[in-house]
Design a protein around this ligand. Structure first.
Ligand SMILES: Cc1cc2nc3c(=O)[nH]c(=O)nc-3n(C[C@H](O)[C@H](O)[C@H](O)COP(=O)(O)O)c2cc1C
Length: 187
């Protein structure tokens, strides 16, 4: 059976550029399955709600991560850092402490911005948070997409810039190999 990659988009905006980038991924690396994991209905993290399987949206979200062989995060940068909605989602996936679904989960980070710095600072914080969850963030490889509004096709709303498509495809292929490497680490 082919691998399944869960994709989490760190923007709730309807016309999110990061969602457009995420929507392009399946056509760039089609040897695996993809599932988009929504974070829109998660409550704000509150330890008082975090008992048993948690509230229904949390339960469904955790199950989706559990079933994925790896997680790709595609996120904007807000105020030089991680968007609050994404941090909230990662916190919900970081508990219960010993059985959290992110433990030993392969993870990759991608980000797009209309600005020129490609979400570097946001990705640093996302990596820091993922590290704390004991997930295995793919080392070294980075995927920063700057001036994204010039790289999207106005009709399809998918990534059109050929160079960026090539790099993104390569990033996802390398991530698929990373899933295999982590599986060996976990054995
Ligand atoms: C509150 C806020 C803070 C932002 N801060 C940054 C930032 O620090 N760096 C950056 O590159 N873009 C920043 N932006 C611009 C976002 O990159 C831009 O709105 C982007 O389109 C959001 O991603 P999305 O299209 O996937 O929703 C910020 C936007 C908002 C609303």
């Amino acid at each position: 059976m082919s691998k399944k990659i869960g994709i989490i988009v760190g923007s709730l905006r309807e016309h999110s550029f990061n969602r457009m980038i995420a929507n392009t991924i399946p056509e760039l690396a089609d040897s695996v399955q993809y599932e988009f994991i929504s974070i829109a209905n998660l409550p704000l993290y509150n330890a008082d709600l975090d008992h048993g399987e948690g509230p229904d949206p949390v339960k469904q979200y955790r199950e989706a991560i559990q079933e994925a062989d790896g997680i790709l995060i595609v996120s904007p940068e807000y105020n030089s850092g991680i968007p609050g909605v994404l941090k909230n989602a990662l916190d919900w996936a970081s508990t219960p402490t010993k059985t959290a679904v992110l433990i030993h989960k392969p993870a990759g980070v991608i980000g797009a911005t209309p600005g020129v710095k490609g979400t570097i600072l946001s990705q640093q914080q996302i990596r820091q948070t993922l590290d704390a969850t004991q997930s295995y963030v793919m080392p070294f490889q980075k995927m920063y997409i700057s001036q994204v509004m010039d790289k999207i096709d106005a009709n399809t709303h998918k990534l059109a810039d050929e160079t960026t498509r090539k790099y993104l495809g390569r990033y996802v292929q390398t991530f698929i190999q990373w899933i295999d490497q982590v599986q060996q680490l976990n054995e």
